[in-house]
Ligand binder design. Structure first.
Ligand code: ADP
Ligand code: MG
Length: 452
């Protein structure tokens, strides 16, 4: 049995033990590259796979291999030298360094036809439990655009990788399926194009320009909230592409059913496909993200510094990157790696005190924003359903998160009878027991309330 045959049978076995999503995430692009006596060397696409496979799957892989060939006593994982990351590690040769500069230069070159940024690719997208489902679904879509999951709807908070992932799908389709026409559009751009087309009476030609597209990516569609005319036109565009089995990929900061003022028919269209979320990376994953990024940036930082960043910057991946950028600037200016004390000073702006809790203002601000209301509206006396619910949610959170007394909450809401507040609290409590949608909404709101 040669190395390839051995690895293929291991992969076949692994598929029996672990979920499809996990398999796609961790075993894609792995192979056995050499065998030295009792040791098998497995190549993996990036540092994250290496860490994950050697920590979480070592035993399982080893047992599977051992069952096939009991002369093997040891496994080693190495990062595939052909993969992007290795181009960027420290000991690159001169010609490789030119490549790196080229890569950095390319980062800014957005493709004119597709609007995709070549920086956003799967190879530099770190996968962990916080995003593994979204990643697996994205990979499946890029392999079978139009037939795997349609539409694919990815949601999650700011800076957690929605744009990166949706563009990585687009870039992969663009590379692997050369004939498919991919187009990435932010919702903001989409809405303004629709508004312009209406104004200049050129809607038909705008629609015609979209007709040949095989893969349409629309980012941040919460931006459609309340924009009725744009929603209506988008509905028609969506349908005509969908009917032709064209792939549609959407992202938003919340699930479709939590987007206020989104037409029912659009919601049900979005819900007709696959909905996946990206949540917050945990400490371990933040550490892996940092390790991957410093390799890319050719920045050497000690473990205690990385651990400090991972334990103090929790908001999102964009902030982790921001922190590394600050350190990278320091490094370039001083030609010296900062020590932990300097790092603490440099990152003051990023780090929130671990004791920082939420407050009244923050809760009102987040709840109003979430439901697309002005803050003063939430305090108005109206009984309109779309305002009563956010008001009850705000009351509930003031009680639950800040332990405000019921009369204190009543005073904040214009001196209402405090039994109204008790009613609101109980109502929300009961509803989250019965209704997953509200639970999801509250989780998203809480995430934002506490994310600084
Ligand atoms: P969002 O669109 O959800 O606000 P972005 O996709 O813009 O977030 O991500 C913010 C930054 O974090 C980007 O620079 C992106 O490359 C990086 N990033 C996000 N997710 C990942 C990931 N899983 N692995 C590596 N980098 C990531
Ligand atoms: Mg984005």
């Amino acid at each position: 049995m040669n190395n390839n045959e051995l690895w293929q049978s291991v992969l076949a076995q692994m598929q029996l033990y672990i979920s499809k999503a996990n398999f796609a995430t961790w075993f894609q692009n792995t192979e056995v590259i050499s065998r030295e006596n009792e040791k098998i060397v497995i190549s993996v696409p990036n540092a994250f796979s290496k860490e994950w496979l050697s920590n979480k799957y070592y035993k399982l892989i080893f047992k599977t291999i051992y069952d096939i060939d009991s002369t093997i006593k040891e496994l080693a994982f190495v990062i595939n030298p052909k993969s992007l990351k290795n181009l960027i590690i420290n000991n690159a040769t001169d010609s490789e360094k030119t490549n790196i500069d080229q890569l950095k230069f390319d980062e800014f070159k957005v493709n004119k036809d597709t609007n995709l940024n070549p920086r956003y690719i799967f190879e530099n997208f770190v996968v962990g439990s916080f995003n593994e489902l979204a990643h697996a679904a994205g990979l499946a879509v890029s392999e079978n655009p139009g037939s795997a999951y349609n539409p694919l709807f990815i949601y999650g908070g700011v800076g957690l990788g929605k744009t990166h992932l949706t563009q990585a799908i687009g870039n992969k389709i663009n590379t692997d399926h050369k004939k498919k026409k991919v187009k990435y559009i932010s919702s903001e751009k989409f809405v303004s194009s629709i508004v312009n087309a209406i104004r200049s009476k050129s809607m038909e030609s705008f629609k015609e320009s979209l007709a040949p597209i095989d893969v349409l990516i629309v980012d941040d569609i919460q931006f459609f909230a309340g924009k009725n005319k744009s929603q209506e036109e988008f509905f028609h565009i969506f349908n005509s592409l969908y009917e032709k089995n064209k792939q549609i990929i959407l992202s938003s900061d919340r699930p479709p059913n939590a987007i206020p003022e989104l037409e029912e028919r659009l919601k049900s269209r979005f819900e007709g496909g696959m909905i996946v979320d990206i949540s917050l990376p945990d400490y371990e994953t933040r550490l892996v993200i940092l390790k991957t990024k410093i390799q890319e940036k050719n920045l050497k930082l000690s473990d205690d510094i990385l651990e400090y960043i991972a334990s103090n910057i929790k908001k999102n991946i964009r902030e982790l990157e921001g922190a590394l950028n600050s350190l990278s600037i320091y490094y370039k200016a001083n030609n010296n790696v900062p020590d932990l004390e300097v790092v603490k000073k440099l990152l003051k702006g990023f780090v929130f005190s671990p004791f920082s809790v939420t407050n009244y203002k923050k809760i009102i601000e987040v709840v109003s924003k979430f439901y697309n209301l002005e803050e003063k509206t939430i305090f108005s006396q109206t009984r309109r359903k779309e305002i009563v619910k956010p008001r009850q949610v705000a009351m509930f959170l003031l009680r639950k998160e800040l332990k405000y007394s019921f009369p204190a909450i009543a005073r904040k809401f214009g001196g209402k009878d405090h039994t109204t507040v008790i009613y609101a609290y109980k109502k929300i409590l009961k509803e989250i027991e019965e209704n997953n949608k509200l639970t999801d909404e509250l989780n998203l709101i809480k995430q934002r309330v506490y994310s600084g």
